[in-house]
Design a protein around this ligand. Sequence first.
Ligand code: C5P
Length: 140
Amino acid sequence: MTRTTPEAERIVVVGAALFDGGRLLAARRSAPADLAGRWELPGGKVEAGERPEDALVRELREELGVDAEPVDRVPGTWPLRTPYVLHVWTARLRPGSPLPQPLQDHDELRWLTPDRIWEVDWLDQDVPAVREVAASIGRG
Ligand code: C5P
């Protein structure tokens, strides 16, 4: 039987739909081994007492060396392995921020135009979130 993790026990992972000039940033994981080579929306776990927007800014700084500004929460909550769930925020680079660099957990980055979003092998669990992000671009 599958069990949904009660809301109070969930740990939120925030993923960034980082846009620049209408293109979406995808990051290829280099670790752990079972996720290596798959693409994701960069992000990570929200720490206890941390606001999700602050976690997003912190993770993008740690993982990609950029200064980003969260814009809006993309509607939806997607299950990862228990007790984690994925929330996504759109974000943009702050003026003067360097272009993202593959640093900690990623070995390649790609800016995807809307017609190329499905050309990378997204992590299974990111697919529904990316679908929602792609639809929101379409809605403008
Ligand atoms: O980066 P961090 O280790 O904090 O991510 C926490 C967990 O969330 C990892 O297991 C990672 O694979 C997962 N994750 C994900 N999709 C993302 C970002 C993180 O499944 N877009």
